[in-house]
Write a protein that binds this ligand. Structure first.
Ligand code: ATP
Ligand code: MG
Length: 507
């Protein structure tokens, strides 16, 4: 488990839309989860009762006259009428809340931690909202730093855990200079550092279920946007006019899909409708931010469902355009990606390590294969064709999603090894076996076979080779030599088009 979270620490930044990729950011997963065992036990006791009939509990709070979205002030749900308890929160989060409170500021937990707590899920991290400005927060906590320019927030660090503190965002008006709030001509929010009241803050949040505030003053939950009702009906509903909110920040479309997959919620029709049409707005988002979002989409244990929803709404094509095109002509491609995501999901649930390099290798393999085939048609030999194809696909993909070198290099190794794994003659098998990326490449080969891209057989050979003793390995090598001919070739299920013959030359 430790290994997984150390790994995720390094690669899984928090909310990329607001912060740059930083090591500290993801660290919070580790600690949050190390508290898990005991917190989990305490947490689920209280929830079991609530979840058996959440509707009944919540209905007692709201009369039938309460229409969703039809109110202005918050609904305040006192402590004895909701199941969220301080016992579910990390000590660091509580420390931050109490210190702000004792210094005379308002302090609330908000966002995913309250939403997930209400659903009986373990919060992934803790976000605090306050009326203290970033500078005031900074003064209260020696262990803090202000980050972000577009969205200034404070990270308060406790060992490996980071609590994110945001000042209530206000509504924009013309008095604010560009250095405080800025919007592009298309409505994209470029900067948002206008401070406001909690009400204003609530309506600037994305979904109603993300605008529930837990007050440290009296442990009540403040619901500004009918979020409780949407928790009950398992609905993701954007606050405000969906088209405007997506235009302000197109990443909200990805967040809708991510939460729908993670929570098993449905997206409210009005929030769902504009997505297909507005999906191209994602092309405006900086590639670094999209990299963070893609990790959150595919590396949170719900990758398969997320992938299907992204495809359904036309969002996948905005993230991986060339893969989307290649999938149309290569029926195995979708299956390969689903197999890769299913295996990632399983590993995450089993708390085993996962790497974005493997996932990106699967996500981009179909276009690499397509380009390689085209280059081979032009008489380039397979190895340089693969290398050139890899380069071209990566270059095009980087225009959309920046993949750091520490992931793109192993990804390319995994691809290169696909061409070497069939070669088992002499010392080659052992050399392949000793390659640092062998294991990932072997797993990848199994996926290619499972998806029907290539005939099965080679994967089984490598499985036996890894498990066999010296004698067995020798036998396998002889068999490989006899089966495969020079170098040993992988058998494609659908043979590539025949290579164009160059016209016979004079010699
Ligand atoms: P999780 O942490 O489980 O992924 P979360 O809802 O807490 O889910 P964060 O990215 O941690 O997501 O964001 C915390 C809160 O900040 C959200 O719940 C939401 O209220 C607000 N928020 C985050 N991103 C946006 C956005 N793009 N637009 C509006 N509000 C946002
Ligand atoms: Mg969160």
């Amino acid at each position: 488990m430790c290994l997984l979270f150390c790994y995720i620490d390094a690669v899984f930044p928090r909310r990329g839309n607001r912060r740059p990729l930083c090591k500290v950011s993801a660290v919070r997963y580790t600690l949050v989860l190390s508290h898990t065992a005991s917190r989990n036990r305490r947490m689920f006791k209280g929830f079991t009762r609530f979840l058996q009939s959440p509707g009944t509990h919540l209905r007692t709070l709201f009369g039938p006259q309460d229409a969703p979205g039809g109110q202005t002030g918050p609904r305040i749900i006192p402590r004895d009428q909701h199941p969220v308890s301080r016992q579910h929160f990390s000590e660091s989060a509580l420390k931050v809340l109490y210190r702000l409170h004792n210094a005379g500021f308002e302090a609330y937990l908000v966002g995913g931690c309250i939403r997930d707590s209400l659903l009986g899920k373990m919060p992934k991290d803790f976000d605090v909202a306050t009326d203290a400005t970033p500078e005031q927060v900074r003064e209260l906590f020696r262990n803090s730093r202000i980050i972000g320019r577009r969205f200034r927030i404070v990270h308060v660090r406790f060992g490996r855990e980071v609590i994110e503190v945001t000042t209530f965002r206000g509504t924009h008006n013309d008095e604010h200079g560009d250095h405080i709030a800025q919007q592009s001509d298309q409505g994209l929010l470029l900067r948002d550092n206008v401070w406001g009241s909690i009400q204003e803050d609530a309506i600037r949040r994305d979904f109603t279920v993300n605008a529930l505030y837990y007050s440290i003053a009296d442990f009540s939950i403040h619901d500004f946007a009918d979020g409780m009702r949407d928790i009950e009906s398992r609905t993701l509903r954007l606050i405000g006019d969906p088209a405007v909110r997506y235009r302000e920040d197109p990443v909200r479309m990805l967040r809708a899909v991510r939460f729908a997959a993670k929570l098993g919620f449905h997206i409210a029709p009005a929030s769902e409708k504009p997505i297909a049409e507005m999906a191209p707005l994602l092309l405006q988002i900086p590639p670094a931010r999209l990299f963070d979002e893609v990790l959150k989409l595919f590396m949170a244990g719900h990758g398969v469902e997320t992938f299907r929803l992204l495809r359904r709404y036309g969002l996948f094509a905005m993230l991986f355009p060339e893969t989307d095109e290649a999938m149309a002509g290569q029926p195995w491609a979708e299956s390969l990606i689903e197999h890769a995501l299913a295996s990632t999901d399983t590993r995450i649930h089993e708390e085993r390590p996962v790497t974005p390099a493997f996932l990106f290798a699967a996500l981009l393999w179909a276009p690499v294969q397509r380009r390689q085939a085209a280059l081979e048609e032009e008489d380039l030999p397979p190895i340089p064709a693969l290398q050139l194809a890899s380069q071209q696909v990566l270059a095009r993909q980087l225009q959309h999603i920046s993949i750091p070198k520490r992931f793109s290099m192993p990804m390319r190794d995994i691809w290169d090894l696909q061409q070497r794994l069939p070669q088992r003659r002499g010392k080659r098998a052992q050399q392949n076996r000793e390659h640092p990326r062998f294991r990932a490449a072997y797993d990848f080969l199994l996926l290619r076979e499972a998806s029907g891209e290539i005939e099965p057989g080679l994967g089984e050979w490598w499985t036996a080779y890894q498990e066999g003793d010296e004698h067995e390995q020798r036998r396998l090598l002889e068999k490989a030599g006899a089966d495969a001919g020079p170098g040993g070739n992988v058998r494609r299920k659908r043979p590539r088009k025949r290579r164009r013959r160059s016209s016979p030359g004079p010699s």
